[in-house]
Design a protein around this ligand. Structure first.
Ligand code: BES
Ligand code: MN
Ligand code: ZN
Length: 505
């Protein structure tokens, strides 16, 4: 989608379609609506007075102006009640608006921006929310379709127009494009099937992102992982013919060696369960078990593009989890990089194995905080449903910041407790700990396992994105499939990053 910014008057701009917002039961039309209403024989007022449109959130009507103006069509889009309005309302409304037009084969639209004094968001933020919402809603993955490509509907161009200054619009639109690119990159990587998105392929994509942004990059191959002693990661990787790899991306604004925020992403490119094999039903979905890694790659791209003033290091272990003659087995005891011996109870609890070594590895960066993202447990979906990430960790301030970033980004997270008493059931009789307990509190016991590998004294947060990385049902901003969960959240968090207070635990 091409995006143009124009200073001018909506009533004299030729347009195939104009998107007009209206709040539920607002007596007064917003300025762009009033202006369009004036040159179209009061068509908007008539529709509202006739009761055909109120402005409820996501309510919309497409009107034809019958040649009465340079404007051919008006898409009236409801924003709901003013008092309930947030940036997310606008993102969703715009996503719906552009999808409606696209589905009717109307690939071009003009959006007049409401004035600062009549609208709850300033013009720059309004443009940002509209463009981000539009781009996320329009997302589709068509790369692998070869037949009837002419039937694919695209949306071509959005012109944002304002009577007043356009400078804030330009920066708002740029921010939105950057964010959308990161989120859509993550969605693409998650959607790609595991025969294409192999560990090697994804590590290469991470490398490309790093190279384009001038980040440092390094790859830890199996041979080096062996030398380092990353036994937990290698145990999972040994079952697959595809070599396991850990990608390290290092974004250093102005080249400084300051303590970074470390992001860790689970990169299981396919999770069959291994020897503890999963049932066939829905096993195909397990190509998305690298969504944590995709979110981290997407976020690194956005963070660098926005030139955020904080050093961020990404640690991304990639491997498949497969059964084979070489695969790790239930009952095996594995020595992790931390030195702790892990008794494998279930090879399907592979995510925590590879994350354990990545968390230990983070210690060499003396991080100011660590955040990991992982499609870690089905239990988290049982606890919180499809659209919410489980949030656990050892630092309240970091958790509060993630919750605030979730509020702003619309990517929901919710805290689960992580008392050390949960570790009792993870004790093993033959080793330091087991990788699995029974069925109870599965999301929490997975996190308490990870906690054993977090470097001493480092603030850490864990996001279990098993439910929200993949949408079984589409919604306005998230078409069915890969969601890109985490990119927006992490970027928001780091946009306003400042050091955590020392005493907060
Ligand atoms: N990748 C899965 C978790 C998952 C399930 C993600 C559904 C997305 C959707 C993870 O590796 C796994 O298999 N977890 C097990 C843990 C169990 C063996 C303790 C699970 O949740 O069943
Ligand atoms: Mn698994
Ligand atoms: Zn998994």
């Amino acid at each position: 989608m091409e995006i143009k910014i124009l200073k001018g008057d909506i009533t004299t701009t030729a347009a195939e379609a104009v998107v007009i917002f209206h709040f539920d039961q607002d007596d007064k039309l917003l300025q762009p609506a009033a202006a369009v209403n004036n040159v179209t024989g009061s068509i908007i007022n008539q529709v509202i007075e006739a009761g055909d449109f109120r402005g409820e959130h996501m309510e919309n009507v497409l009107l034809f102006t019958q040649g009465s103006a340079a404007i051919k069509r008006i898409l009236l889009m409801g924003l709901g009640k003013r008092e309930n309005f947030t940036a997310q309302t606008l993102r969703e409304a715009m996503a719906q608006a552009l999808k409606t037009l696209r589905d009717r084969r109307q690939p071009r639209a003009v959006l007049p921006i409401p004035l600062d004094d009549e609208f709850p968001l300033a013009m720059g933020e309004t443009a940002e929310a509209c463009v981000l919402g539009g781009m996320l809603g329009l997302y589709q993955f068509t790369e692998l379709l070869t037949k009837e490509r002419d039937k694919i509907k695209d949306f071509d161009s959005l012109t944002i127009i304002s009577k007043r200054k356009t400078k804030p619009l330009t920066s708002g639109v740029d921010r939105a494009k950057t964010m959308a690119a990161g989120i859509c990159l993550a969605r693409d990587l998650v959607t790609l099937p595991s025969n294409q998105a192999t560990p090697t392929f994804l590590a290469k994509r991470a490398k490309d992102v790093a190279a384009r942004a001038g980040m440092r990059f390094k790859l830890i191959r199996e041979s080096e992982a062996k030398k380092l002693g990353m036994g937990a990661f290698l145990a999972v990787a040994q079952g697959s013919e595809e070599p396991g790899l850990m990608a390290v991306m290092d974004y250093r604004p102005s080249g400084e060696e300051s303590p970074p925020v470390v992001l860790v992403g689970k990169g299981i490119t396919f999770d069959s369960g291994g020897i503890s094999i999963k049932p066939a039903k829905d096993m195909d979905k397990m190509k998305h078990d690298m969504a944590g890694s995709a979110a981290v790659i997407g976020a690194m791209q956005t963070i660098a593009a926005l030139k955020l003033p904080v050093r961020v290091v990404a640690l991304i272990p990639f491997t498949e989890n497969l059964p084979s003659g070489k695969a790790y087995k239930p009952g095996d005891v594995i020595r992790s990089l931390s030195g702790l011996n892990i008794e494998v109870i279930n090879t399907d609890a592979e995510g925590r194995m590879i994350l354990a070594d990545a968390l230990t590895y983070a210690d060499r960066y003396k991080p100011q905080a660590i955040i990991d993202l992982a499609t870690l447990t089905g239990a988290c979906i049982v606890a919180l449903g499809d659209n919410v990430a489980g949030l656990m960790g050892n630092n309240e301030e970091l958790q509060a910041r993630l919750q605030a970033a979730a509020e702003e980004s619309g990517e929901r997270v919710w805290p689960l407790p992580l008392w050390d008493s949960y570790f009792e059931s993870m004790k093993s009789e033959v080793a330091d700990l087991k990788n699995v307990d029974g069925r109870k509190a599965g999301a929490i016991t997975a996190a308490i396992f990870l906690k054993q590998f977090v470097p001493e004294g480092v603030p850490w947060a864990h996001l279990d994105i098993a439910g929200c990385a993949w949408a079984d049902k589409g919604s306005a901003l998230v078409p069915k499939g890969a969601t890109g969960m985490g990119v927006h959240l992490l970027t928001r968090l780091l946009q306003s990053w400042k050091p955590l207070s020392k005493d907060n635990k």
